[in-house]
Design a protein around this ligand. Structure first.
Ligand code: SF4
Ligand code: SF4
Length: 367
């Protein structure tokens, strides 16, 4: 049974929330995971432009300071998105991060977008998955010596809840890796929005795109699923086929988490902020009202137990009226199923246990 440390949001003049974040990092013994001069990736989600549910930058300052006092050199990091938005290449991503408050003067460490300028910088990491035999992990995360995964815990339209496993599995993948998780097939060109400009053609590494009669088309047999063309198209005409069944999506995501943590299993710690629990991912340029009250912050060295505990803590709250949960739910009722009735969120936890990432059973230690 794994240990999950928990603190609520009560605070006093002598012990602030920031002090409590530091205490959680002490409890999970961050200093024993870091050797002098280690490069430490602090993995988070900077929030899409327009979203306000992402984590406050000052929390990351505490993490960066702790890494520094343990002798490590930290950087905040995330990877570019699969879809075209405000974080789909490193220039836009860094700009969004700074506009959302994550700059050196606040967090005390640099930002590195881990998969390169356009999301193509990754390395293949083998896994023994039920579905996947290899993963494509962002190079600068793979190259880091240690990792602190800092997660905003919320609901998610494909996995029921989006927590630590998703932050690692999807968040550390290259664009190619994200496409593999989201879709089993090649992207498609929307003939209505394609203007035949041919911008996409040279970006395809396998010459799978051709343009005829001012309309592009993709040869699915040639396509290797790198996702390059999706963000390059000026009219967003190249579309991901988002038809992956939810169970397959969750299993692939977990198998990617194994790839991202490979070699760092004993060099990683996890924090999860169960606050502003919004009904969808921080990848949207908006965030709807929180479905439960702010619960607290968790810390663990087990990425499965921390998700299981966060999930249970949310389900043990009453839902907030006037939110995406239309009918008021009592303590103990399933909040994730209320928003996404067809998604069985247990799949990600069970598969993570099967893959050896951690335990579903946990003991909560309140600090
Ligand atoms: S870049 Fe987009 S609009 Fe231009 S040819 Fe390719 S798919 Fe069509
Ligand atoms: S996803 Fe990659 S391989 Fe497939 S068509 Fe687009 S650029 Fe080419």
């Amino acid at each position: 049974m794994s240990t999950v440390y928990f603190t609520d949001f009560r605070a006093t003049p002598k012990r602030s929330i920031l002090d409590k974040v530091g205490d959680l990092l002490n409890r999970v013994k961050l200093n024993t995971k870091i050797r002098k001069n280690d490069l430490v990736a602090i993995k988070l989600h900077f929030g899409e432009m327009g979203n306000t549910a992402y984590l406050r930058p000052i929390f990351l300052r505490v993490v960066a300071d702790k890494v520094k006092s343990a002798g490590g050199r930290s950087f905040l990091t995330d990877t570019n998105t699969l879809y075209k938005g405000s974080r789909s290449d490193s220039v836009d991503h860094l700009t969004t991060a700074v506009l959302n408050g994550f700059d050196y003067s606040c967090v005390g460490c640099p930002i590195v977008i881990a998969d390169g300028l356009r999301g193509g910088s990754g390395i293949k990491v083998p896994v023994k998955g039920e579905i996947l035999k290899e993963t494509s992990i962002a190079k600068d995360i793979a190259d880091a010596d240690a990792m602190v995964v800092v997660t905003h815990f919320k609901a998610h339209e494909l996995s029921g809840f989006g927590g630590t496993l998703k932050n690692i599995g999807m968040g550390c993948a290259t664009r190619e890796g994200k496409l593999v998780q989201h879709s089993g097939v090649a992207p498609q060109v929307n003939a209505r929005t394609c203007i035949g400009c041919k911008t996409c053609v040279p970006y395809c590494p396998v010459e799978a795109i051709s343009v005829k009669d001012k309309k592009a088309s993709i040869n699915a047999k040639k396509c290797i699923g790198c996702g390059e063309c999706i963000i390059i198209c000026p009219t967003k005409a190249i579309e991901v086929q988002w038809q992956q069944p939810a169970d397959v999506f969750q299993k692939k995501m977990v198998e990617y988490a194994c790839g991202a943590l490979k070699g760092k299993e004993k060099k990683s710690v996890f924090l999860s902020f169960v606050m502003q629990v919004s009904p969808a991912c921080d990848c949207y340029p908006h965030n709807d009202a929180p479905i439960v009250k702010d619960v607290g912050i968790l810390g663990s060295i087990d990425p499965v137990a921390i998700d299981a505990a966060a999930c249970d803590l949310v389900n043990n709250e009453e839902s907030v009226p006037g939110t995406a949960i239309k009918v008021r739910l009592k303590k103990g009722e399933d909040k994730w199923r209320a928003i996404y009735p067809s998604i069985d969120w247990n799949i990600q936890l069970d598969h993570a246990v099967k893959m050896g990432l951690g335990e579903r059973e946990y003991t909560i230690v309140k600090i």
